[in-house]
Structures are given as structure tokens and as C-alpha cells.
Design a protein around this ligand. Structure first.
Ligand code: DGP
Length: 124
């Protein structure tokens, strides 16, 4: 696991050094709109803790952080109208490392919706 780089853009957002369009904030989790939206709904769900990737978070975060993260996804998908309770669904994507084409090395889950999302993975 690469060491967590404190200078990444999401760490700076969490420190309040860079503005963001927050949709939801909980004790351990922040949800904000992606700066380059690829769908009518495109938000990023991030833990406030310093985790590089999903596997880092899943292995090392506390149970409270893990539950809070997933409950935040449940809440925000409902609030944005894309949850299956009242909506047409969404896609959750997380990229990890070079093969996953992860740009920002702070774990984040993309939530995309508001239109049919097409094929899951383009042929390489
Ligand atoms: P990934 O490839 O999974 O690491 O995606 C990183 C996403 O982060 C990408 O969709 C664009 C978004 N992003 C990068 N910089 C910023 C920023 O400064 N603010 C916000 N809101 N999103 C950003």
C-alpha cells in the first residue's frame, strides 16, 4: 500500500483549503459534487480519514467509519433521487491504483446517475 500523500486534492478539501460543493457531511464522511461531472448526478463520497484506496479503507478503517460511509451513500442516493426507493438507480465506482486509473489518491466512491449509464467497462 503506498503511503498516504497529505497534499492530495481531497485532503486539501477536507482541511478547508479548497472550496467544494458539499451535498452531505456526517461524522466520518463527506459527499460533494465532482468538478468534472460525467452524468446529471455525479458526486464523490469520501471518508474523512486518510485512506488511499478502497482496499486500504476496507482493511484499516474502524467499523464506525465503514458503517458511516455506507449509510452516507444510502442517504445521499435517496436525497439526490437516484436510489431505487423512488428513483431509477445509479452506478457506484471506485478506482484504485494505476490499473484502476485512480487520479486522486484519497479513497472516493463515485455515485453517477440521472441517465442510463451504459456499459460498465469499455473494451481495453
Ligand atoms: P478518480 O480517477 O477516480 O481518482 O477520479 C477523481 C475525480 O475527482 C475526477 O472525477 C475529478 C474529481 N476531482 C479532481 N479534482 C477535484 C476538485 O478539486 N474538486 C472536485 N469537486 N472534484 C475533483
Amino acid at each position: 500500500m503506498p503511503a498516504y500523500d497529505d497534499s492530495n486534492i481531497f485532503a486539501r478539501i477536507l482541511r478547508g483549503e479548497i472550496p467544494n460543493d458539499t451535498v452531505l457531511e456526517t461524522e466520518h464522511t463527506l459527499v460533494f459534487r465532482d468538478i468534472r461531472p460525467q452524468a446529471p448526478v455525479h458526486v464523490l463520497v469520501i471518508p474523512k480519514g486518510a485512506y488511499v484506496s478502497y482496499d486500504d479503507f476496507a482493511a484499516h478503517a474502524s467499523e464506525a467509519e465503514i458503517v458511516d460511509f455506507h449509510r452516507a451513500i444510502a442517504k445521499v442516493t435517496r436525497e439526490l433521487g437516484v436510489a431505487l426507493e423512488g428513483g431509477l438507480g445509479f452506478r457506484a465506482i471506485t478506482n484504485a491504483g494505476p490499473d484502476g486509473v485512480q487520479e486522486v489518491p484519497h479513497f472516493h466512491m463515485h455515485i453517477l446517475g440521472g441517465r442510463p449509464m451504459g456499459r460498465m467497462v469499455q473494451p481495453g
